[in-house]
Write a protein that binds this ligand. Structure first.
Ligand code: DAH
Length: 335
């Protein structure tokens, strides 16, 4: 009998009464005369004195415990207005609003991934810059038009960086070659806002400095990037250009074709789309950062993230990227 009492006690402890029906079943099993406990009590009455003494105490405890549990559960039910407190797992839920990565971020991440796979690390620099990092160390002449109030936002003694090339300078100052970096970030220009240009936009800068780096390395790296990003077989051309911080300098175009009205419009009828500026880092720039320009050479490139995001997703107004319109952003979920 002791064993039966113990097993019933264990059962009692493990029970969680959650519904009115369970409460009633509990009462029938443990508290009614014909229930399991009632029957034990009947048998108890038949026992002789010695056995009564051993079984009495645990049996009484069990009975008291059962009554306590019953009362507590019943009170809880009454307090909750007799409602069922069971957790209803079938209730429909209000769907959580899921966010989506911003298309610019999607493209920036993809670009970083491609260069990362070639061994480029990722670095960031400040958006509020000094003249030295944004212009001077990059070999801009004192009277260069980019320094003009018309093009650049000035704050007290500083500028809002007009390009991510400033991060090149910071990295070359603080590291020793070899270094291979991509540097994404936001840049600012004092321009009239229109469908094609905004007063801030995004660039990704690339830099590779080592012994014996050549223009061939630059081209090969950019070819790889284009195949990865725009697709195998995308045609590329380089045009000579000028930037104060590279010599020689070039711009790279990709072939978009003239087959569609859209492509003719985007390429102004030429079929070629300009995607980036690049070149061999000017020896003056290396010297400005304390790098031995006799021993080391390097290449750099910079491309506009907004522009290629617009191309990739067919967005025709740059301002759409900054509306923070969830309906627009949602389209990029899972990109
Ligand atoms: N900083 C240039 C711009 O904003 C882009 C650029 C051109 C970056 C050539 C470079 C480069 O690193 O080599 O227009």
């Amino acid at each position: 009998m002791i064993e039966e009492i113990e097993s019933l006690n264990r059962e009692l402890q493990a029970l969680h009464i959650q519904t009115a029906e369970e409460l009633e079943n509990f009462r029938l099993r443990f508290l009614s005369k014909k229930g399991q406990l009632g029957l034990l009590l009947d048998r108890f009455r038949e026992l002789d004195g010695e056995a009564k003494r051993t079984v009495g105490k645990p049996l009484n405890t069990l009975k008291a415990e059962a009554e306590k549990i019953f009362r507590a559960s019943r009170d809880a039910f009454e307090q909750s207005g007799g409602t069922v407190t069971q957790f209803d797992t079938t209730l429909p839920v209000r769907a959580t609003e899921l966010g989506a990565p911003h298309p610019l971020k999607v493209v920036e991440d993809r670009l970083c991934d491609i260069f990362y796979s070639l061994g480029f690390d990722i670095a960031h620099g400040p958006e509020i810059e000094d003249d030295r990092h944004n212009f001077n160390a990059l070999n801009f002449a004192e009277d260069h038009p980019a320094r003009d109030m018309q093009d650049t936002f000035f704050t007290s003694g500083h500028v809002l960086r007009t390009h991510t090339s400033s991060v090149q300078i910071r990295e070359m100052e603080s590291r020793t070659p070899p270094m291979r970096l991509v540097m994404p970030g936001r840049v600012y220009r004092n321009e009239a806002v229109s469908a094609r240009s905004n007063c801030f936009f995004h660039q990704i800068e690339g830099l590779y400095i080592d012994e014996g780096v050549t223009f061939a390395d630059l081209k090969q790296t950019l070819y790889y990037f284009v195949q990865q990003f725009f697709g195998e077989g995308t045609k590329v051309r380089f045009r000579a250009s000028y930037f104060p911080f590279t010599e020689p300098s070039a711009e790279m175009d990709i072939w978009a074709g003239t087959d569609t009205e859209e492509n003719r419009r985007l390429t102004k009828g030429t079929g070629w789309l300009e995607v980036l500026g690049c070149g061999m880092v000017h020896p003056n720039v290396l010297k400005n950062c304390g790098i031995d320009s006799e021993k080391f050479s390097g290449f750099a490139f910079g491309l506009g993230i907004d522009r290629i995001t617009m191309l990739k997703y067919g967005i025709s107004d740059i301002r759409d990227l900054f509306l923070n319109d969830v309906r627009m952003l949602k389209q990029f979920r899972g990109s």
